[in-house]
Write a protein that binds this ligand. Structure first.
Ligand SMILES: C[S@@+](CC[C@H](N)C(=O)[O-])C[C@H]1O[C@@H](n2cnc3c(N)ncnc32)[C@H](O)[C@@H]1O
Length: 249
């Protein structure tokens, strides 16, 4: 799969609302909930934070695997402490695009000219990718956020590097299946995607837990050295965001 061209052509923005068939799944109902809201045009369109709040309202009643607002707020604090501000972020695990919208909004607000701001987010499942694109488009972030669909994140990472789309990632975010965290981190190291000062963030390192990933980061045994801080949030489950700053490469 080419990193810059998703394996399935993304529908033109005006066609996007017809791409989702009626769906009784929680993510299908989330899509309907957002796009049938009376404040769609007056409040949600081009307003990433309002969309994140709307997703948060929905997920309060419906259990979903989104990276919720307390953790997004913590990450906003962490990214705003980076100097210079981050511009390039690679996310593993798009799902319905919740955190991708958060990242796009953060990069845009930290870099007023938006020059060079890019979020690349990797998703295996085309249905999730389609919902994510609709929501990212609604948020007005399609110029910053690209959904890389249909391949394992490892393949997308290789394509991003070998096609010269990304040289170094300022921020990496692990939120796909936990067994892939460590192999994909090692791949990022091998591809030299990290630089001194890059920030590696990960969800679910406490629940369900990623003991091998955590131990590797703490051990310093690989080519990249990290300073690791688990940040506790007010999230109901999986409260920790593990933040690992690259201190040496
Ligand atoms: C926990 S969800 C991501 C939540 C998302 N960050 C959000 O805030 O909405 C994990 C997602 O990773 C995707 N996934 C799992 N393994 C993957 C892989 N190896 N490559 C790409 N996507 C993967 C799953 O299909 C799922 O949509």
């Amino acid at each position: 799969m080419a990193a810059t061209t998703p394996s399935k052509a993304a529908p033109a923005p005006g066609d996007r609302l017809t791409t989702m068939p009626p769906d009784s799944s929680s993510f299908g109902r989330l899509h309907s909930y957002i796009f049938s809201r009376p404040d769609l045009e007056t409040n949600l369109r081009n307003n990433p934070n309002a969309i994140l709040s709307a997703i948060d309202d929905y997920t309060a009643a419906q259990r979903m695997i989104t990276f919720g607002l307390p953790k997004i707020t913590k990450c906003r604090e962490l990214l705003s402490q980076m100097d210079p501000p981050p511009k390039v972020l690679v996310e593993l695990g798009t799902y319905i695009g919740n955190s991708a919208i958060g990242w796009g909004e953060m990069l845009r607000s930290l870099n007023p000219t938006k020059a060079g701001c890019r979020v690349f987010t990797c998703e295996l499942d085309p249905t999730f990718a389609s919902i994510a694109r609709d929501l990212i488009d609604l948020a007005g972030l399609s110029d910053i956020v690209t959904v890389l669909e249909g391949a394992a994140a490892a393949d997308s990472l290789r394509s991003l590097k070998t096609e010269g789309v990304v040289d170094k990632a300022d921020v990496l975010f692990f939120d796909h299946w936990q067994e892939a965290y460590l192999p994909d981190l090692k791949l990022c190291e091998e591809l030299q995607l990290l630089r001194k000062g890059s920030l590696v963030l990960a969800d679910n390192t406490d629940v369900p837990g990623t003991p091998e990933y955590n131990a590797y980061l703490a051990s310093g045994e690989g080519p990249v050295k990290y300073h690791n801080v688990p940040h506790e949030t007010s999230a109901k489950n999986a409260k920790i965001v593990l933040a690992s700053t690259v201190v040496d490469v």
